[in-house]
Ligand binder design. Structure first.
Ligand code: PBG
Length: 334
């Protein structure tokens, strides 16, 4: 920072506007470049066939059955987006989230089908129980407590079952203690040593997940997620969370949501220098869509500004519902 300030000549010799006069020159000195390679597209898998149901609070985002997911994945791949992340909504939910670690669960079936039809697409799975439990919590509930250690065992089972079905990477999103280590051990014991873990390392208890919970049908029936997700007021604690996940074997660490936590993202990237992901979540998407529909903002412009800002703050990877739109735009601009 200091070097930048001391090297700046003063006005009128220095005119910072000089380099802003043409688009060519602005392009030449641009510091941050967004690319389709940076993007990961989230997909919601539901049972059945020929199902493609729009999520009302997320225009352009659909719950899809496996056959439709395969078609969608072919499109995503054709746009130059390297990876998708799957979320599953099972036929039936129960207290222990059995659908999450069922060999024939929706995500497992999607993995097998997409691996066959679109082999070059990189397949990530969200590892959590909230979409699979009848109470909508991320783990086992006893009385008023969402218990940690028993839940972690089930998460490890879920991750293993995803790897067996063809997942290229698993992404635990629960925020329980010790889950990255447990998942690493389970994968290693079963010869999945080369399957990386992208941990939702600093995930906040956020109001911005509202539309996702409609998409994933995972709103908790009682209580909330504040006993495991982080307090929005904290950032030193995020550093401890990330450090712990790295120590347990996380290969990529994530900060989530993105926009209200760009300071956390910046700190995490600066401090650890790890491959870092940011999740541009459902509520961030929905706000842009809603305001654009009302004609209050320019959707494409705001989308690109948001994604560029997230990358500038330190994200190497961005999980975003805008992935297809942004990749399409970036291709047309080239
Ligand atoms: C949990 C999970 C959530 C999201 C991703 N994984 C929801 C939650 O913690 O309640 C939210 C993503 C979004 O809002 O886009 N499986």
């Amino acid at each position: 920072m200091n070097t930048v300030e001391t090297n700046v000549a003063s006005f009128p010799v220095a005119r910072l506007r000089r380099l802003r006069m043409t688009e060519t020159l602005r392009g030449m000195v641009r510091e941050t470049h967004l690319s389709p390679d940076d993007l990961i597209y989230p997909l919601f898998v539901v049972p059945g066939s020929n199902v493609k149901k729009e999520v009302s609070s997320m225009p352009g985002v659909y719950q899809m059955s496996v056959d439709q997911i395969v078609r969608e994945c072919a499109d995503v791949h054709a746009l130059g987006i390297p990876a998708v992340i799957f979320f599953g909504i099972p036929e039936e939910k129960d207290e222990v989230g059995s659908g999450a670690y069922d060999t024939h669960g929706v995500v497992q079936e999607a993995l097998r089908a997409v691996k066959k039809e679109v082999p070059d697409l990189f397949l990530i799975t969200d590892v959590c129980l909230c979409e699979y439990t009848s109470h909508g919590h991320c783990g086992i509930v006893r009385g008023n407590e969402i218990v940690n250690d028993e839940s972690v065992e089930l998460l490890a089972r879920e991750a293993l079952s995803h790897a067996e079905a063809g997942a290229d990477m698993v992404a635990p999103s629960d925020m329980f203690d010790g889950r990255v280590g447990a998942i690493r051990r389970a994968l290693d014991e079963h010869d999945f040593r080369n399957i990386p873990i992208m941990s939702y390392a600093a995930k906040y208890a956020s109001g911005f997940y509202g539309p996702f919970r409609e998409a994933a049908e995972s709103t908790p029936k009682f209580g909330d997620r504040r006993s495991h997700q982080m307090d929005p007021a904290n950032s030193d604690e995020a550093i401890r969370e990330v450090a712990q996940d790295i120590a347990e074997g996380a290969d990529i660490v994530m900060v989530k949501p993105a926009l209200p936590y760009l300071d956390v993202l910046y700190r995490v990237k600066q401090q650890f220098g790890m491959p870092t992901a940011a999740y541009n979540v459902s509520g961030e998407y929905a706000m842009v869509k809603a305001a654009a529909r009302l004609g209050w903002i320019d959707e494409e412009r705001v989308m690109m500004e948001m994604l560029t800002g997230i990358k500038r703050a330190g994200a190497d990877l961005i999980l975003t519902y805008f992935a297809k739109a942004a990749a399409g735009l970036l291709r047309r601009k080239r």
